[in-house]
Design a protein around this ligand. Sequence first.
Ligand SMILES: Nc1ncnc2c1ncn2[C@@H]1O[C@H](COP(=O)(O)OP(=O)(O)OP(=O)(O)O)[C@@H](O)[C@H]1O
Ligand SMILES: [Mg+2]
Length: 266
Amino acid sequence: MKNFLEIEDIAKTYLSDDGKSETKVVLPLSLGIDEGEMVMFLGPSGCGKTTLMRIIGGLETRDRGSIRLAGDELDGPDRRRGMVFQSYSSFPWLSVRDNIKFGTRYRTDVSAAEKDDIADHYMAMVGLSKYADFYTNRISGGMRQRVAIARTLASSPDVLLMDEPFGALDALTREHLQFQLMDINTSEKKTTVFVTHDVEEAILLANRIIIFSSRPARIIREIDVDAVIPAEDRRNGVADSKTFFDLRTEVHDIIRQEYAHTLEDA
Ligand SMILES: Nc1ncnc2c1ncn2[C@@H]1O[C@H](COP(=O)(O)OP(=O)(O)OP(=O)(O)O)[C@@H](O)[C@H]1O
Ligand SMILES: [Mg+2]
């Protein structure tokens, strides 16, 4: 049953600065996510994906509805949900290694020595071992984003919330991290919600793709990617196959149609 992470009847409206007009960003929306499932969100820019992610992460209020994790009602942020944002966030007064280790500070399931190993493990995974002692104001934006990703992974949350985490990275680093994330998803069964604008990334990583309408976000389509291309095949590079190509075309067509609505409404 898809009820590990339960998003039920969530809605969000922003008031304009003068308080006179309202913008509906998320319609009443419900979604259930399995333990270990990787769900990819696709949708037009400005439709409300980040808002929804922040609501799921407990960083943004909602007008109505509830969020439950393994049956527990959630309000406000907690360590069970780890978020990687669209833009880089790191502590410039800490080194790369200490930024990543910071993610482990509240973990009680590992010893102090293991925390060092965990930090080193994820630092290597994102390819930053050579920069371990650099302060993060001395590394590039894409490298800072990798620090943020490693720090969140090191914190081992029950749910990973990733909002376009690879958007700022070069193609090869991005591909490397996509495969790393696939491995983590398989080996640790990490429940993940991931926003992307990249259709191929969505197909490559997803168990399920959710496509949103233009603002206010509602779900216009759910695609069970596992049923079309088994995750195993995707990992093994079946990405060139006709099935992959057909699915990509289908998803692009849905998005293109929705994008046309966005332009009409502008
Ligand atoms: N704090 C806020 N106050 C008022 N309006 C906001 C606020 N945050 C976001 N919005 C509005 O809500 C809408 C949805 O924004 P959001 O960032 O969730 O979109 P998105 O789907 O993540 O877009 P993108 O794909 O470009 O990242 C936008 O119209 C935005 O202007
Ligand atoms: Mg966004």
